[in-house]
Design a protein around this ligand. Structure first.
Ligand code: PMP
Length: 383
C-alpha cells in the first residue's frame, strides 16, 4: 500500500507513538491535581507547551491546547468576534477556507456579524491589496489560511500580516496554519499574526489534538466554560498524552523545513510532468504558487471516485477533493471559487505527498493513473 493522502491525515511517527503510549501508561494524573501524580502531568504539559512555543518562536503562555484545528479555528473566530464585538462587527475571510473557518463565519453571519468572503484568482490566491481594500472602520478580524487543503495554494501571509500591523485599532489576523506548518516556512512574529491554528494529525501526531497560538494581549471569549484550564480560554482536562505527542510532532515538523520542501518539490515536479502528459487533464495546483505536498487535478468526464477505486486496486490511496468533504456529492467549493467549470469541480482528485515517498512511488502512481484513464476511456467509448 502506498498512501498519497497526507493532507487528510498522516501516519503517526514512531517517536509520537512511543510518547503517547508512555504518557498514557505511566503519567495518567490530572494536571490540575495537587498530588505528585498531578504535578507530574502538569510538568509534562508545561514542557510540551514550551516545546510547541519554541518551535513557533513564541512564548509558552501564548499556546492554548485544543481538540484539533476545527476547535482552534472556532475558538479564534467566535472567541474574537464575541470578545471584540463592541469594536465592530465586520470580519474578512476568503471563499476557499476550510469548513471549520468558512462554516464558522457563516454561523457568525447568523449571529449578526457582517462577513466578507474575498474571492480568489485562478490560482486560488488573494492579494494583500484586496484584503486591505475590504477593511472598514468596523473590521475586527481577518482570517486567511496559509495553505489550502484541497489545492495547496499558498497565500501571501507575510505581506498581508505586515499591512495589517499598521491598522489602528489593530485588526486581528488569524491564520489557519494546518497545511502549511512544516512544509512552507512561516514566522508568526514577523508576519504580525495574532492567532494561529495547528492540528497534530497533519504532522504525524495524534488525532483530536491541536493548538491555538493567542498573541499576548489578545483575549478570546471562551467557547467552553468550565474549570478554567488553558488560561480560562479552553476549559476541560487537557489531553496530556496527545498533547505531549503533539509537541514531539510540532518539534520534528519544525526542523529541516527547507530540506523537506526541496524533497517534496522534486517529487511533485516529477508527478506533475507525468500528469500533464495525460490528455485533457486539468491541473489546479501550480508549480510556483502551491505548497510542495499537494497536487489537485481533474479528469473531466471521468468520475473521480472511479479513478480513486482503480488506483486502490493497485494499492495506491489518493483522495477526491478533501477528506472532510469527499463524501458530499456537490462540486468542490474551492475549485468553483478558482473558476473551474462545474464538470472539473466535480471530478477533482487530490494527491498529497509525504516524506517517505520516493521517485519510484511517483512512477507507480503515474503508471496506475494512466492505466485507469485508458480503462475508463475505453469503457466510455463503449468497447
Ligand atoms: N484547517 C485545514 C486547512 C485542514 O486541512 C483541516 C483538516 N482537514 C482542519 C483545519 C481541521 O483540522 P482537524 O482535523 O484537526 O479538526
Amino acid at each position: 500500500m502506498i498512501y498519497f493522502d497526507h493532507a487528510a491525515t498522516t501516519p503517526p511517527s514512531e517517536e509520537v507513538l512511543r510518547t503517547v503510549n508512555e504518557v498514557m501508561t505511566r503519567h495518567y494524573g490530572n494536571p490540575s491535581s495537587l498530588h505528585r501524580l498531578g504535578e507530574d502531568s502538569d510538568k509534562l504539559l508545561r514542557r510540551a507547551r514550551e516545546v510547541c512555543a519554541a518551535s513557533l518562536g513564541v512564548q509558552s503562555a501564548e499556546i492554548i491546547f485544543t481538540s484539533g484545528a476545527t476547535e482552534s479555528n472556532n475558538l479564534a473566530l467566535k472567541g474574537a468576534a464575541l470578545q471584540y464585538r463592541n469594536r465592530g462587527n465586520h470580519i474578512i475571510t476568503t471563499a476557499i477556507e476550510h469548513p471549520s473557518v468558512y462554516e464558522c463565519a457563516k454561523q457568525l453571519q447568523v449571529l449578526g456579524f457582517d462577513v466578507t468572503f474575498l474571492p480568489v484568482n485562478g490560482e486560488g490566491k488573494v492579494t494583500a491589496e484586496e484584503v486591505m481594500d475590504a477593511i472598514r472602520p468596523e473590521t475586527i478580524m481577518v482570517s486567511i489560511m496559509h495553505v489550502n487543503n484541497e489545492t495547496g495554494s499558498v497565500q501571501p501571509i507575510e505581506v498581508i500580516g505586515l499591512q495589517l500591523m499598521a491598522t489602528q485599532p489593530k485588526v486581528l489576523f488569524h491564520v489557519d496554519g494546518v497545511q502549511g506548518y512544516g512544509k512552507v516556512p512561516i514566522s508568526l512574529k514577523e508576519s504580525g499574526i495574532d492567532l494561529y491554528s495547528l492540528s497534530a494529525h497533519k504532522i504525524r501526531g495524534p488525532k483530536g489534538t491541536g493548538l491555538l497560538y493567542v498573541k499576548e494581549g489578545v483575549s478570546l471569549f471562551p467557547l467552553l466554560a468550565g474549570g478554567g484550564q488553558e488560561r480560562g480560554m479552553r476549559s476541560g482536562t487537557e489531553n496530556v498524552p496527545s498533547v505531549v505527542g503533539m509537541a514531539k510532532a510540532v518539534r520534528l515538523a519544525g526542523v529541516g523545513v527547507q530540506a523537506r520542501m526541496l524533497k517534496l518539490n522534486a517529487l511533485r515536479k516529477q508527478f506533475i510532468e507525468g500528469l500533464i502528459e495525460i490528455p485533457e487533464v486539468i491541473l489546479h495546483s501550480s508549480l510556483e504558487g502551491s505548497a510542495p505536498h499537494i497536487i489537485s487535478f481533474s479528469l473531466p468526464g471521468m468520475k473521480a471516485e472511479a479513478v480513486l477505486h482503480m488506483l486502490e486496486e493497485d494499492g495506491l490511496m489518493v483522495s477526491t477533493k478533501s477528506a472532510c468533504s469527499s463524501k458530499a456529492a456537490e462540486p468542490s467549493r474551492i475549485l468553483l471559487a478558482m473558476g473551474a467549470s462545474e464538470a472539473a469541480a466535480s471530478s477533482g482528485i487530490r494527491v498529497s505527498l509525504g516524506e517517505e515517498h520516493t521517485e519510484q512511488h511517483i512512477e507507480l502512481l503515474l503508471a496506475s493513473l494512466n492505466k485507469a484513464v485508458s480503462r475508463l476511456r475505453h469503457l466510455k467509448g463503449g468497447h
